[in-house]
Write a new protein. Sequence first.
Length: 514
Amino acid sequence: MAEYTSLEKIRLQKIEQLRLEGVDPYPTRAERTHTNLEAITAFEKAGESAGSELKVTLAGRIRGVRPMGKVSFAHIEDGSGRMQLFFRMNEIGQEQVDKFNKLYDLGDFIQASGILFRTKTGEITLHVRDFKLLAKAVSQLPAAKDETLPDGSVLRHAALEDSELRARQRYADLAVNPEVRETFRIRAATFKAIREFLEEKGFLEVETPVLQPLYGGAAARPFITHHNELEQDMYLRISFELYLKRLLVGNLEKVYEIGRDFRNEGVSYKHNPEFTQLEFYWAYADYLQVMELTEQMISFTAGRVLGSQKIKYQANEIDFSPPWKRLELRTGIRETSGVDIADHPTSESLQKAIVKTGKKPDPKATRGKLIDYLLSEFLEPTLIQPTFLYDYPRDISPLAKSKPDDPMTVERFEAYVAGFELCNAFTELNDPLDQEQRFLEMGRDYAEEDAERHPLDEDYLRAMRYGMPPNGGFGMGMDRLVMLFTNQHSIREVLLFPALRKEGSVGQNRTGNK
RNA sequence: GGGCGCGUAGCUCAACGGCAGAGCAGUGGCCUUUUAAGCCAUUGGUUGAGAGUUCGAAUCUCUCCGCGCUCACCA
């Protein structure tokens, strides 16, 4: 049972009062002839005098009220923007003006009909002849007040800023912070543009299982769940890779999937336990072709969504125009750390070389993990403009194909932007015997208790034995792309409902909702 | 999980060992073109929870809850 604050109790009394007066505080239907933006556009298009003949019915949420005795001003906000309302005793009677002032509150949804006009100060305004409550708000929105300065800019006062409250109560955040709504519009537009690009290139969108009997395709710990009737444990997928590549065996030549991956790992500003991934696989292509498609896809998407190849991200301006810089991983590491990984074919030797630089890597790390360590310690922070790092060590890439002239190196690239990894791609391994060998190597190289070691997927090998065309594959965290496009530092800002600990018991913390 | 920091009214924030405050929101009043409308009056708090130190705790200590930054793991 909810306990109400004193402010809420006052509003509940208003609801009772409205009911006594025969007003339904939650009527079933609304009427609306124009959005606020449509009404303003129609007024401007018709011209000042003709525009004044326009009779419209608008609907929205009350965001500001300025009662002045026998007249009242208010602003309502709908999905398109704001509109000022003007209530005047002469037209609707003192009783109606009083009712609006006393029984209606900030946050209530109303509809209002009347004609449009321009006030002394120049604002297009609805001169209200009739209005109706659409939904009464019991709780006060954590609303900011906006001040329009003489130069036209908007100064916000006391906006809702508490990041925890904003994430837990995203509905309130969205209701009062328009820029948050904009972030999610950009997110949706990004997804749409990516799909448009891939469809145009002939890729088929598919859906593969989220619940899997065996997980794979990435190095991560899975979430485990249980199916009661089948009496077996299931895993939430950590990647789509092994299922999508099975489809290439089935002669689907270009497939992609956009969906949720789940990784039971740490949470940070760039990691959420569930995140949205794009993967595509392209038969008869190699990683160089995928590289070209990648820079085309991202620059196309930036153009579609933001109207520009250049974005401002944090302190940097980033230019997605192709071609992107290409840098061999070995060269990049050598130039930034002074360590040439080719000089150190064993983990012991490489370990010593890294320690000489003053860093302290995990003494038990494999050679591949040490290379990854060098990459993130020295090279990654320097990669601000879009850069393809290519040619990775085989032992950290168990699903990628070796270079024909160098069995210890695989045809793999990762694109880095603004100092973090955006995507990962390779020429896919399609030799079932080699693949089986790699799975077995993974089992040996990683300690038994290492939760990231790859389980051997027999069905995947069975599929590959039927013959898999040579192909290039690609994976990208969509959330990270949206972070770049919306200039957000934290993944939580681009997720509507990011993962949070459950709220404490009632009253245990300040966001405990009563 | 480790380290550092934060949590005060519905929102944004003061007070930092000595009477818990301000602005906005709310409530009552005045006000017929205002726009953070204005003016007058006024309500609102177990200072995240619990324990301890002290004559006295929002303030110092400890435990717990939640969040942020960071390290480790990962996309």
